[in-house]
Design a binder for this molecule. Structure first.
Ligand SMILES: Cc1cc2nc3c(=O)[nH]c(=O)nc-3n(C[C@H](O)[C@H](O)[C@H](O)COP(=O)(O)O)c2cc1C
Length: 362
């Protein structure tokens, strides 16, 4: 096996990820992990997602798959829903290092830990600033990504609008739609509209998905601009009522929901200082194992509302799915797909164990 993860078990046996967190985003963009020789992937009993047949209902969420080379690597080891990391209409550099810290997720904040767990029970805070290549670069590369995936695999492209100083809501809505159109033209099977980002038009600390009118307008415009399925990426809702109202009102414009993006938290080190240096980096996305209880509760809430019959849209679960058992339990509950990010990075052969488990249960 030659995959970076399998070669590198760093000091003290601390697992290294396929993404080198000690290197820049640009370095990682240029160094996709090499593919291990997996002689035969366990056969999963396929299924359907949106308009597509899929080999298995497991995929990689937006973030880990930086470009077509990363997509190809993960497609080869059995992930069947491949999300191209969020792209913008203008290039954006990543924040400086560190971009990732191992953390313990406490009640009101996350605190960095010196020694990450050894058993794959990984929780991290991520602070990248959502970098994006020039549109000309990613548009060509999405086309390559589409060519590099196989039958029964689906390419999702995550898009976000980029607020500029003085921009009004119409400008942001148009920007989301422009990216979605470009993604669809480049060959995306599904467009994921990233709404778990700060709402630049709100005085309070609010994310876009927490404003139903703004989210509805974005989704409406995206939906009218592309002929492929549109899914909305949502964050953690403050109350079950908000989750219900949002899902019901957005159902007219979205074919599905991807949730929960992350737990947006203040991240500090053991002395109480900000864990990430630089303006606007006090808060970061806490993801991975510890977030499962919050995320899965919201997913189950969503499933309950769907069963109640108000709407019928796909539900793609994400957030803290770090064991095969967690993925299978959510699928048994009725989600249409399970997506992983942290596990994809720290435990890239997760998909193989997942397929084995499905095959032996079939
Ligand atoms: C390294 C990394 C980068 C990420 N970048 C993005 C991103 O660009 N856009 C996005 O929508 N989500 C991003 N995410 C969030 C994931 O898509 C996912 O919602 C989150 O990590 C929860 O899943 P997990 O608990 O399996 O990690 C990123 C996650 C990680 C770990």
């Amino acid at each position: 096996m030659c995959w970076r993860l399998l070669r590198l078990r760093g000091d003290g046996g601390i697992p290294q990820a396929t993404y080198r967190f000690d290197r820049s985003y640009a370095w990682n963009y240029a160094h996709a992990p090499a593919v291990p020789r997996v002689r035969r992937l366990p056969q999963a009993p396929g299924g359907r997602l949106l308009d597509y047949r899929v080999n298995s209902p497991l995929g990689v969420a937006s973030g880990p798959l930086l470009n077509s080379k990363w997509i190809e690597s993960y497609a080869r080891v059995g992930y069947d829903i491949l999300t191209y990391s969020t792209v913008r209409s203008t290039p954006r550099q990543a924040y400086s290092l560190p971009n990732v810290r191992h953390v313990e997720n406490r009640e009101h904040m996350a605190v960095t830990t010196k020694r990450p767990p050894l058993n794959g029970d990984t929780t991290i805070a991520v602070s990248f600033g959502m970098p994006s290549m020039e549109p000309d670069v990613w548009r060509k590369d999405v086309r390559r990504a589409k060519e590099r995936i196989g039958p029964g695999q689906v390419l999702v492209v995550s898009v976000v609008g980029t607020p500029e100083p003085g921009m009004d809501p119409e400008g942001l809505i148009a920007d989301y739609a422009r990216c979605a159109e470009w993604a669809a033209e480049a060959g995306a099977d599904v467009v994921e509209v990233h709404l778990a980002v700060p709402n630049p038009f709100s005085d309070q600390s609010q994310q876009v998905f927490e404003s139903v009118p703004l989210s509805a307008q974005i989704l409406y415009r995206v939906r009218s601009s592309v002929g492929i399925p549109v899914v909305a990426k949502l964050g953690a809702f403050r109350t079950p009522r908000m989750l219900h109202d949002t899902a019901t009102k957005l159902a007219a414009w979205a074919h599905g929901y991807v949730l929960v993006h992350s737990i947006h938290r203040r991240v500090v080190d053991e002395s109480g200082n900000a864990a990430f240096e630089g303006a606007g980096r006090d808060f970061a996305d806490v993801v991975g194992a510890d977030t499962f209880s919050v995320s899965s509760r919201q997913v189950l809430e969503m499933l309950a509302w769907r069963k109640a019959g108000a709407w019928d849209r796909a539900i793609l679960a994400v957030g803290g799915i770090t064991t095969v058992e967690r993925a299978r339990n959510l699928l048994r509950e009725g989600v249409d797909a399970t997506l992983v990010a942290t596990a994809a990075l720290f435990d890239p052969l997760f998909a193989i164990r997942f397929r084995e488990a499905l095959a032996s249960a079939a």
